[in-house]
Each structure stands twice: as C-alpha cells, then as structure tokens.
Ligand binder design. Structure first.
Ligand SMILES: Nc1nc2c(c(=O)[nH]1)N[C@@H](CN(C=O)c1ccc(C(=O)N[C@@H](CCC(=O)O)C(=O)O)cc1)CN2
Length: 286
C-alpha cells in the first residue's frame, strides 16, 4: 500500500483540548501530520480546523482511522470529514456566452495546474461548443427560458448525478438558479460575480461601478445560495482604476480578475481549505 495524504476538516463549538484531541489521536496511531491550522471565531464561538497527514503501510487503513476518530468527534459534537487527496474532484462547468473564465479553467485543467476532472460542460447557449470539444470534453447545450427553467434544471441535476459530479462551477453562467437547485448543490456550487461584493449586485455591475465613479473594481467567488449574490464568499480580488477608464475598460480588466479569483476559489475548495462558518467561510489559505 502506498503512502497517501489525507485532509481532516472539522468544526464544532470552541472549547479547550480540541487541537490536542485531534493531534493526539493521530500521533497515537503513528501518523505524520504535515500541515495543521485552526481558528476560533469569537463571534460565533465556533472552532475550525484543517489538518493534513500522511498514512502509509505502517499505519491503519483510513477506514480504521476514521472509525477511531468518531468517538472523539461525537464527544465534541464536531462536523468532520476525512478527504483522500488522491481522488481527483469531478467538476461540472456551467457557462453562458462569456468565455474568459471557462478558457482559464480549461487551460489549468489541461496543464494539470488545477488537479480536477471535467466530465462535462453545460451551457444555455451553443456558442462555446468548439473550444470545449477541442479539449475532448462533452458539451451539453441546454437552453432555458422562464417557462422551461424547472425542466432544464432537472436535466442539469440528472447529469450531475449520472456523472458523479463533486463540484459545480458557474463560470459566467448568466441564469439565476432556483432555490431548489441551490439546496441540491449546497456548499458545492461556486459562482464568480463580476464585482467586489457587496457592491454592485445583480446585472451589469461594471456599468454600475463606472456610474458610481469607483477607483477600485473587483470580482468575488462565492458559494451559490437562493439569495442572488449573497452566498458565502470564498475569494475576492481587486484592481485600481481611475477616471480615464471606460466601462469597456472595466470589463476588460475584470476578465483577468474574474479568471484568477475563480481559479483560486476552486483550488481552495478542492484542497479542502474552505470550512463553512454559518453564512461565511473560514479559508485556510496556503
Ligand atoms: N441562485 C443563484 N443563482 C446564480 C447566482 C447566485 O448568486 N445565486 N449568481 C449568478 C451569476 N450572476 C452574478 O454573478 C448573475 C447572473 C444572472 C443574473 C440575471 O439577472 N439573469 C437574468 C437573465 C439574464 C439573461 O438571460 O441573460 C435572469 O436569470 O433572469 C444576475 C446575476 C448565477 N446564478
């Protein structure tokens, strides 16, 4: 059996002995911890931890490590999960017509800098089929109108189930998902919004920003909830601009910010660096 790397993420009510409990348990089984971070939120009284460790032939199988940890987790009322880093997450990318975030994700996928599988891309427009199929990825053109939204979303959910999708990425997918769809994809659907939230929610944020005369523009990657542009934020990025920039300049600069912010958010998610904290997140960055 080869040596594998695992990530343990957990959260619970904060109290003394939590770090010692986790580290002590792993050390007790001769497990080598390679990285560990924790945070106690004074506002919510919640504790959050991410611990990375290696387990090889000398250690118990992961199932036994998990089973042995359960009593500790139950004692502290933890929400917890062991993640095997060797398993590549299966990501469904959804897009409308703007291709910059899609192209960036496809490049990172193709070069391996983002260790994911992309079993399919879904779009409500036919425009981007060629670039996706050039990457050997099936393109599902699923148009949607107000009248067909429920049926279209059912088709998307059927695909997500059939392809065993772990994460959905809205890479400028310009349709509002229903509350039912958001519930089905809770904490596993990431959207890129083209503004520095909470400023300029909704449609045409760059034009809103230009009209307001801002000096900084940005982008926000967040988990999708039924409340438009209100989901838990994972990552944000900004760039300085000035009075000489047109709305078109904003859009052009925004493409780069959006692509980088979305890719970072996906990387944090697949490295199990993001732990839910109510309507917010704790992100254990590198
Ligand atoms: N439930 C959610 N769905 C989506 C979210 C979200 O936060 N919650 N984000 C959007 C992306 N987005 C902004 O980032 C956004 C996309 C589209 C619209 C919008 O008003 N769309 C119109 C239709 C527009 C069209 O047909 O071109 C609509 O759906 O009626 C606002 C914000 C992705 N989905």
């Amino acid at each position: 059996m080869t040596t594998r790397t695992y990530v343990l993420t957990l959260s619970c009510a904060d109290t003394t002995g939590l770090v010692a409990a986790t580290a002590g348990y792993l050390a007790g089984r001769g497990i080598f911890i390679t990285e560990s971070a924790h945070f106690g939120d004074p506002e919510t009284g919640r504790f959050f931890e991410r611990t990375v460790f290696r387990a090889g032939p000398e250690q118990p199988p992961i199932a036994d490590i998990e089973a042995g940890f359960r009593p500790i987790a139950e004692k502290f009322g933890m929400a917890w999960k062991f993640h095997d880093t060797a398993i590549k997450p299966r990501v469904l990318v959804m897009v409308s017509k703007f291709d910059h975030c899609l192209n960036d994700l496809l490049y990172r996928y193709r070069t391996g800098s983002l260790p994911i599988d992309i079993p399919a891309v879904v779009s409500n427009h036919p425009d981007l089929a060629r670039v996706v199929e050039w990457h050997g990825i099936p393109y599902h053109y699923l148009p949607v109108t107000k009248e067909t939204k429920a049926a279209q979303e059912a088709a998307v959910l059927e695909l997500i189930g059939r392809l065993k999708i772990d994460l959905v990425v809205l890479a400028r997918y310009m349709q509002v998902l229903s509350p039912e769809m958001c519930q089905a994809l809770s904490w596993r659907c990431i959207n890129i919004h083209h503004s520095f939230l909470p400023s300029f929610k909704g449609a045409r944020p760059y034009h809103q920003a230009h009209a307001r005369g801002v000096k900084i523009i940005g982008a926000t990657a967040h988990y999708v909830t039924g409340d438009l542009d209100e989901g838990p934020i994972i990552e944000q990025g900004v760039e300085r601009i000035d009075h000489t920039f047109t709305p078109e300049d904003f859009v052009a600069i925004g493409r780069d910010i959006e692509s980088v912010v979305l890719a970072r958010a996906v990387q944090f998610h697949i490295e199990h660096r993001v732990v839910p904290n109510g309507h917010k997140t704790v992100v254990f960055r590198r």
